[in-house]
Structures are given as structure tokens and as C-alpha cells.
Design a protein around this ligand. Structure first.
Ligand code: BV8
Ligand code: ZN
Length: 250
């Protein structure tokens, strides 16, 4: 695995790093991506499932889809890519991990500074009164439980198409893009906005943009450097080099 001298220098010296991850970082844990050949969307259409109207039209179908995904997620473990990012967080003064994933694998790998732009499958809230009840999360039964407070429908705390992203998470992600020296876009096809706009915001703010992906994506022609390969291989190599350079510096 090799990379440019410029990236190597940043691995040794960057004090502010922002990382954006997508479904690709969880692929090596065995969690299906969305747009790959055997991706989640290949079988199902996002408009049929990952949107509020679809849920209100057929709560059981959407709830069961998330229950199925939750069961898959509970059967897998974080992989070397998740663990490398948890370690990178401890090496860099100002580190921000922004994820589009709802699978909670970054936290399970030990990452603390995680900004979840699209929510988290481990949380659920009531569509009527907004009350959170994480004991009523997907995976338990086949249809959405009722809110203990008001009897409304419980839904997964994930951001569906057409829904606003959590404002605090998005603002923190944008702030990190504006101040970082190095931005890594890892395992995302960069087609879903506004998350996909973050690498471009970081670039416009002067950061060096590196893409880690097994394939080319919508932003490949606009990043500074592409490291082709699996996140589970590339990220540990970057962190090993980071440790080597920073130990020598200290
Ligand atoms: C909003 C959560 C505003 C739920 C998800 C037309 C043009 C532009 C935008 C739009 C448009 N029409 C509509 C929009 C807006 C829309 C959008 O962007 N649509 C796209 C599809 C065109 N966005 C929204 O609706 C957002 N909200 O804009 O609201 C608004 C609201 C109200 C009023 C006014 C305005 C909400 C978007 C969030 C949707 N929720 N998921 C759930 O998970 O079920 S999206 C879903 O896609 C996931 O979150 C996922 O993370 C995200 C992005 O996908 P990726 O993570 O990138 O995964 P993907 O499979 O695509 O790619 C995997 C990559 O990994 C590939 O590149 C592959 O090569 C690579 N890979 C594979 N293996 C590996 C690997 N890389 C490294 N290592 C490996 N081993
Ligand atoms: Zn309620």
C-alpha cells in the first residue's frame, strides 16, 4: 500500500482530521451495502421502505425490514476498519468521525466522537408524541410497538428520504469539514445529500481529501487522492504509519 509524500506528511503532522464513512466500512463485517450488486436497494426500493409515508402506509413492512437489518447487525462485529478509526481518534487532537451508517458499529469498535447523520437503529421514538423508548426498538417483534405514553406508533430513529438530518450532528460535521487539514471519505458512494456534500465542503475549505473505496464514486474525480482497496485493509495501514511517524515526533 503506498500513498503520496503529501499524505504521508499529513499522517505524521495533521492535528485536525475529519472522516466520513458509509455502508462500505461495514461491508467487511458482513453488512450489506445499499447500492452494490447485492445491496439492500437492489431488492427493495428506497421509496418503498426508507421514507415516512411508506412507514405510515405499511408500518409492519418497514418495521420488519429494520428488524431484519437489526438482527443482521447484532450477529456481526466491527471489523479492522472500524477499529482503526477508533485508534485514529486517540492519535489526533481534533478528530471527528461522521457516519451515514445506522449500525452502531463505530461505537461498538470504541469510537467516542461519532456524529450520526442518519440516526441509529438502536433507538426508536413515537411518531405522535416524540417520546424515545429504546426498549421498544426494532428486532423484538414483527410489528411496531405502541408508545407507552400515548399509544402512537413507534418508529426507528433513522433519517428517511425527504427528512431533515439532525441539526446538531450536521452542524458539527460541517464545522469539522471547515477546520480539518485532512478529510477521509471511506466506503461511501457519495450520492446521498446533504452528507455527500461534506467532502466538497472540506475541499473548498482547504483540506486534503482522500477517498478510500473499492470502486470509483461520484466524487472520485474531485478528491486529491484515491486509495483503492477495502477499508479493513487501507485504514489499518494508514494508522500504523501514523503511529510510526508520531512516535518518532514525540
Ligand atoms: C434531505 C438511513 C432535505 C435509513 C438513508 C435529487 C438530487 C440530489 C438530492 C436529492 C434528489 N432527490 C432527493 C434528494 C435528497 C435525498 C438524496 O440525496 N437522494 C439521493 C438518493 C439522490 N436526500 C434526502 O432525502 C435526505 N434528506 O435531503 O432532506 C429536506 C427535507 C425536508 C424539506 C426540505 C429538504 C435524507 C438522506 C438520508 C436517507 N437515509 N439511510 C436507513 O439506513 O435505512 S440513506 C442511505 O444511503 C444510508 O444512510 C447510507 O449510508 C446512505 C449512503 O449510502 P452509502 O453509505 O454510500 O452506501 P452505498 O451502498 O451507496 O455505497 C457503499 C460504498 O462502499 C460504495 O462506494 C462501495 O464501492 C464501497 N465499498 C464496498 N465495500 C467496501 C467499500 N469501500 C471500502 N471498503 C469496502 N470493503
Ligand atoms: Zn407517544
Amino acid at each position: 500500500m503506498n500513498w503520496s509524500p503529501h499524505l504521508d506528511a499529513l499522517l505524521g503532522s495533521a492535528d485536525s482530521i475529519c472522516v466520513l464513512t458509509g455502508a462500505g466500512i461495514s461491508a467487511e463485517s458482513g453488512v450489506a451495502t445499499f447500492r452494490g450488486p447485492d445491496g439492500l436497494w437492489a431488492k427493495l426500493k428506497p421509496e418503498e421502505l426508507a421514507n415516512f409515508d411508506a412507514f405510515m402506509r405499511n408500518p409492519e413492512l418497514v418495521w420488519e425490514w429494520y428488524s431484519e437489518r437489526k438482527r443482521i447487525i447484532h450477529d456481526v462485529a466491527p471489523n479492522a476498519g472500524h477499529r482503526a478509526l477508533a485508534e485514529m481518534e486517540s492519535l489526533v487532537r481534533d478528530f471527528t468521525l461522521v457516519t451515514q451508517n445506522i449500525d452502531n458499529l463505530h461505537r461498538r469498535a470504541g469510537s467516542a466522537k461519532v456524529r450520526e447523520l442518519h440516526g441509529n437503529i438502536e433507538r426508536s421514538f413515537c411518531v405522535s408524541c416524540g417520546r424515545f423508548d429504546n426498549s421498544a426498538t426494532v428486532g423484538e417483534d414483527r410489528k411496531p410497538p405502541r408508545c407507552r405514553q400515548c399509544g402512537g406508533l413507534m418508529r426507528p430513529d433513522v433519517v428517511w428520504f425527504g427528512e431533515m438530518l439532525p441539526q446538531e450532528e450536521m452542524e458539527a460535521a460541517e464545522d469539522a469539514c471547515r477546520r480539518c487539514e485532512l478529510f477521509l471519505s471511506v466506503g461511501t458512494s457519495a450520492v446521498v445529500y446533504p452528507a455527500a456534500g461534506l467532502p466538497l465542503l472540506a475541499r473548498a475549505s482547504g483540506a486534503y481529501i482522500v477517498e478510500v473505496n473499492t470502486e470509483r464514486t461520484d466524487i472520485s474525480s474531485r478528491v486529491n487522492e484515491t486509495l483503492p482497496g477495502g477499508a479493513g485493509t487501507v485504514l489499518p495501514a494508514l494508522v500504523e504509519r501514523m503511529k510510526e511517524l508520531r512516535k518518532a515526533r514525540s
